[in-house]
Design a protein around this ligand. Structure first.
Ligand code: SF4
Length: 409
């Protein structure tokens, strides 16, 4: 019989890329065939070690560039997941670089239940793609989008970046228009950040360009305006999704009237104002849910304990070859501190925190423990309190990091 408290979310980090992008501080390295084979075996071992505690509703393979793995390597991982009874998730996402999508790979993904692809497009301007050190061209974006549709994917995300050095408002608007015209179900868009130890950061330090905060704000406004104009619903600061209704399918009743949804999703995970094509895996993060994180550098959060794997692929492989998890650190926060973090994460969502959901998730009540913070944010025009929830205003969402900090204990 199924144990009710098995962990329902799985993140897998694939730490390889064709080359390093100029702005990237994620743990990833240029790929070498032999190390990827070794990683693949180690990952299968790590999956075996946690499988007994896992029944994933959402799976996310991120990176790095998961699509850089070849067909044989993918098949090995997916077959192991099948053997370990880890397939069949409601949402199974793989991040893909447009330069590494092939029809064979897309069909293999579909055959094993991968039903969502997140494409790292970043820009549709060739000069900016070069500037960022991306390996793909704009043509590859259009081609891989077609391949994925041809293979039957009906849930695609496009990732875009704004405030890239050299990006004008005109270029940004053109990219938004073209990207939205592709008709994806989901859109994520982040402002460039300058992480230490990246070439882009060094160029900034050397004053090769200036950061224009006003332009970045205008670009964010344009993003929201274009996305909403195209029928996307904003559900998080940087995330927009269609609903099945807005994709022109047969209108469905609202979530509350749909018993099949109420039964398959945690009540605290889903609220009426989250669009149906939202990334369920990320909603679980923002709502403070547990998840296993596998692969080098991956973090996990299981029953109140946060773990982090070694950010070193060799070491990761060595540990698993000895039959051990590759955990570098483990931390268990006191319940109130954990609740504060959960509050902070959840406020990134447009729907904010419904009080009852928060209480069910953390055991603490926002209305008593964080009454003063909510009052201050409301007075500043950054937050609003409704009878059933607290949420950030549109202005507050722009300063979500500062607002969220106030909830940390
Ligand atoms: S593809 Fe992604 S993970 Fe890889 S270097 Fe570029 S930004 Fe970093």
């Amino acid at each position: 019989m199924e144990t009710p408290d098995l962990i329902q979310s799985l993140y897998v980090h694939v730490p390889f890329c064709a080359q390093k992008c100029a702005y990237c501080a994620f743990f990833s390295e240029a790929s070498s065939g032999e190390l990827i084979n070794r990683y693949t075996d180690a990952l299968v071992r790590e999956l075996e070690l946690v499988a007994g505690d896992l029944k994933p509703r959402t799976i996310f393979f991120g990176g790095g560039t998961p699509s850089i793995l070849n067909l044989t390597q993918w098949e090995k991982i997916l077959r192991a997941m099948e053997r370990l009874n880890l397939l069949g998730a409601e949402e199974f996402t793989v991040e893909c670089n447009p330069a590494t999508v092939s029809l064979d790979k897309a069909r293999l993904f579909r055959a094993y239940g991968i039903n969502r692809v997140s494409m790292g497009v970043q820009s549709l301007d060739e000069a900016l793609l070069d500037r960022l050190g991306r390996i793909h061209s704009r043509e590859m974006v259009f081609k891989s989008f077609d391949i994925l549709r041809q293979a039957g994917f009906d849930n695609l995300n496009i990732d875009l970046m704004f405030a890239i050095p050299g990006q004008t408002m005109e270029i940004w608007r053109a990219t938004l228009k073209e990207a939205i015209a592709l008709g994806s179900e989901h859109l994520s868009s982040y402002e460039v950040i300058y992480e230490e130890d990246t070439p882009l950061y060094q160029q900034l330090q050397a004053k090769e360009f200036d950061v224009d905060e006003d332009l970045a704000c205008e670009m964010y406004e344009a993003l929201v305006e274009h996305a909403m104009g195209a029928g996307f619903h904003q559900y998080e600061i940087a995330n927009f999704a269609q609903t099945t209704e807005s994709k022109g399918e047969r209108p469905k009743p609202k979530v509350a009237e749909r018993p099949e949804i109420a039964q398959t999703l945690d009540p605290g995970l889903w609220t009426l104002d989250i669009p149906s094509r939202a990334c369920k895996h990320n909603v679980n993060y923002w709502r403070g849910g547990s998840f296993y994180g596998l692969g080098p550098s991956a973090t996990g959060y299981v029953r109140g304990a946060r773990t982090k794997n070694w950010s070193n692929t060799q070491l990761y492989c060595e540990q698993l070859e000895k039959g051990k998890r590759a955990i570098e650190s483990r931390e268990e926060l006191p319940p109130l501190a954990r609740a504060g973090e959960t509050a902070a994460f959840g406020l990134r969502m447009v729907s904010g925190w419904p009080f009852e959901d928060f209480k069910r998730t953390t055991g603490h009540d926002l209305r008593s423990e964080w009454a003063e913070e909510m009052k201050q944010l409301t007075e500043r025009g950054w937050g609003q309190i409704a009878p059933e929830r607290f949420q950030l205003t549109r202005q507050g969402l722009r300063f979500a990091d500062s607002a969220a900090e106030m909830f940390l204990r």
